[in-house]
Design a binder for this molecule. Structure first.
Ligand code: WTA
Length: 646
């Protein structure tokens, strides 16, 4: 493939799109920002009309009544119709999903738009026959196999709400979600491959459904391992779909009907169900996928996120499929069976857009010697998401993967925002190492101080979004309006969404994201709350108290460190293992503490609040600062001693 020059460099290490890229880009004029800013509602209205197929047009475009808002009110549509049926005329034989198994020995799968359409229709009929009704929640607990997308789209076809749970989450995590949503049907698999080993997913699902409302489990046969089977409850996916009709009429949904719930960590011990609705979410998914990645007909988009995270929802499933693009998904670890497996995949499929996380990039860089031997000429755009990207990772990715010819787009967004909200657009730029770019056209992100005043350029503060809110934003927290109000809308009041991130802005409006301001840790890009982890650890019968503190890590960005006060017990290696196990049991292996310190006491204020700032400083080997307000100042020196010994 011909190597096209895609970018040019100006002084100060800033990059801009080349003339060739500008010519080929959907958006190449800076004026779009100003135009959209004049009337964001009109701007999104035009995009919704152009990008999405509606069965009935809306009667009102936007309505806001603090803390709620709605888009395209009265509009009717179906998500799976928009992802599938609309492409059947001219993209029937185009690859919709390419699936690469973990083992290079195993055959890959390519589903054309027609194949995907037919699989989705069959499963939709299966769900209907099992009694799933519009508005009911269906649980999806699947590894990275195309059945994930098929299941999501089948739910949306019949108006059911999907709730996908990351397959590496524990049985307890799954149970919590199934219980809260009163899910009756769960879709899972027998198992999956991780570093050559088979993990038994069904065993976790079996454990999770105990004492829930789940009456039926649909099981994908991925590995053929022996699993427990309950005759009246468990059904093989292939048995059910084989007998199902190949057409299911799409259920016409209201724009504001819920499309999915995705649980994410909050600042309390329990995860919260983020609600996304149909019309607004699809509009943002369609246009952000198209513009951020400059998606054209010959693109192969590899978004490396798992389907269990929002990036998997929007950029492995809805975004690319709405655009009729090809979405590549990979089952396994990037570095299995050898460290350059991910390079092989890019080369094998001629990936054009590679969207990944800083943690993955740092891991690639660590074993990066072989990268040079691969032909990456197909790549056009690199993307990063999930954590702030440091200069080294940016530089390495840009140089060694993009070969200094591809724009690197750093995209900031959240489970709550549904689609990207801050990034440079490829045809406009600039691409500045570590800067995430501008507020997406038609959205208003800015920086506030703690009193709600807009901060001038270069001043760090709270990243907030101003009304009118982007159409793909959350519409609520499942069964918890109080939490919705408190988490996002109370800090600054009416018309201001608080992101919980810190950031600053340069003169041109480019944001630098500095990280979470609350107790959420991004462990290898995965969102985990310290409170959730503390809750898991204190369930151990011998633990009296614990504090989980993030510590920076050269690959994973940050990792959790647990400081544990024991009841009547002596510290031991066995107890350390048990505490680590608590995290695995109640959340999943991603939440495992990197280190466990047994301490006598935690530093507390006189009102009993743990002073995390002090613990953070001790772990970072920084001065602890003022300890005069502590009820137990002597605890500080003792903890220092224990930490310094390790
Ligand atoms: C962080 C992931 C810096 C941020 C899509 C946010 C980022 C949280 C970036 C949401 C980025 C995401 N630069 N930080 N480009 N993208 N974040 O819900 O702290 O898993 O609030 O959504 O990730 O994580 P979530």
């Amino acid at each position: 493939m011909k190597k096209i020059k895609l970018i040019q460099k100006s002084k100060k290490g800033i990059y801009w799109p080349s003339e060739e890229l500008k010519k080929n880009a959907w958006i190449n004029k800076n004026t779009i920002y100003k135009k959209a800013e004049k009337d964001p509602v009109k701007f999104w209205e035009n995009l919704a009309a152009e990008g999405i197929i509606w069965d009935k047009k809306w009667t009102k475009t936007y309505h806001e009544k603090h803390p709620y808002f709605q888009w395209f009110i009265g509009g009717k549509l179906n998500a799976s119709y928009n992802c599938l049926d609309r492409h059947l005329k001219d993209k029937k034989n185009k690859a919709a999903i390419i699936w690469e198994p973990e083992s290079p020995e195993e055959k890959n799968r390519v589903l054309t738009y027609h194949d995907l359409y037919s699989e989705v229709n069959k499963l939709a009929n299966v769900l209907k026959n099992l009694g799933v009704k519009k508005g009911e929640v269906v649980g999806i607990y699947l590894p990275m196999i195309p059945e994930g997308q098929i299941a999501m789209l089948a739910c949306s076809r019949i108006g059911a709400i999907h709730c996908v749970v990351f397959s590496a989450f524990s049985a307890e995590s799954l149970k919590y979600r199934l219980k809260e949503t009163r899910t009756k049907i769960l879709i899972t698999a027998d198992g999956y491959y991780r570093k050559g080993e088979i993990l038994n997913l069904k065993a976790k699902a079996d454990e999770a459904v105990k004492k829930t409302k789940v009456k039926k489990i649909i099981v994908v046969k991925r590995t053929g391992i022996k699993i427990n089977w309950k005759k009246e409850r468990d059904f093989w996916w292939h048995d059910l779909t084989e007998k199902a009709d190949s057409y299911c009429r799409p259920k016409i949904m209201d724009s504001e009907d819920t499309l999915f719930i995705l649980y994410t960590s909050g600042t309390t011990g329990k995860p919260k169900g983020i609600i996304h609705t149909t019309g607004g979410y699809l509009t943002q998914a369609y246009w952000t996928a198209k513009w951020d990645f400059n998606l054209h007909d010959d693109d192969v988009l590899w978004s490396t996120s798992d389907i269990g995270w929002i990036t998997g929802h929007t950029y492995c499933c809805y975004g690319p499929l709405l655009n009729g693009a090809t979405s590549l998904i990979y089952e396994g670890m990037f570095n299995y069976p050898q460290s350059d497996r991910w390079c092989e995949i890019i080369e094998k499929y001629g990936v054009t857009v590679f969207y990944t996380s800083p943690t993955a990039i740092r891991m690639f860089a660590k074993h990066g010697d072989n990268v040079k031997k691969f032909d990456f000429a197909s790549l056009r755009i690199l993307g990063s998401v999930g954590e702030p990207i440091d200069k080294e990772a940016w530089g390495w990715f840009f140089q060694n993967v993009g070969r200094k010819r591809c724009p690197l787009i750093d995209t900031w967004w959240q489970t709550e925002t549904g689609g990207t909200l801050i990034n440079s657009l490829p045809g406009i730029g600039p691409f500045i190492p570590t800067m995430a770019g501008r507020s997406f056209p038609g959205t208003r992100l800015t920086i506030f101080d703690d009193d709600g005043n807009v901060l001038p350029v270069n001043k760090e503060g709270n990243l907030v979004q101003l009304s009118p809110f982007a159409p793909g934003m959350l519409r609520g927290v499942y069964k918890n309006p109080k939490k919705y109000l408190e988490t996002y809308w109370n800090k600054f009041g009416k018309g201001i969404y608080f992101t919980s991130d810190g950031a600053w802005k340069d003169r041109q409006g480019n944001f630098r994201i500095t990280g979470r301001l609350d107790d959420i840790i991004k462990i290898a890009g995965h969102r985990i709350s310290t409170a959730e982890l503390e809750d898991a650890i204190t369930r151990h019968p011998l633990v009296a108290e614990c504090a989980v503190i993030p510590q920076s890590h050269e690959i994973k960005g940050s990792v959790p460190i647990a400081l544990v006060v024991l009841k009547k017990a002596k510290p031991s290696l066995k107890l350390t293992r048990e505490i680590v196990k608590q995290a695995e049991t109640f959340i999943g292996p991603i939440a495992r503490p990197e280190q466990v310190f047994f301490v006598e006491d935690l530093p507390k204020t006189r009102s009993g609040k743990i002073m995390r700032r002090i613990l953070r400083n001790i772990l970072a080997d920084k001065p602890v600062g003022d300890i005069s307000t502590l009820a137990n100042p002597e605890s500080v020196e003792k903890i220092k001693k224990i930490v310094s010994k390790s």
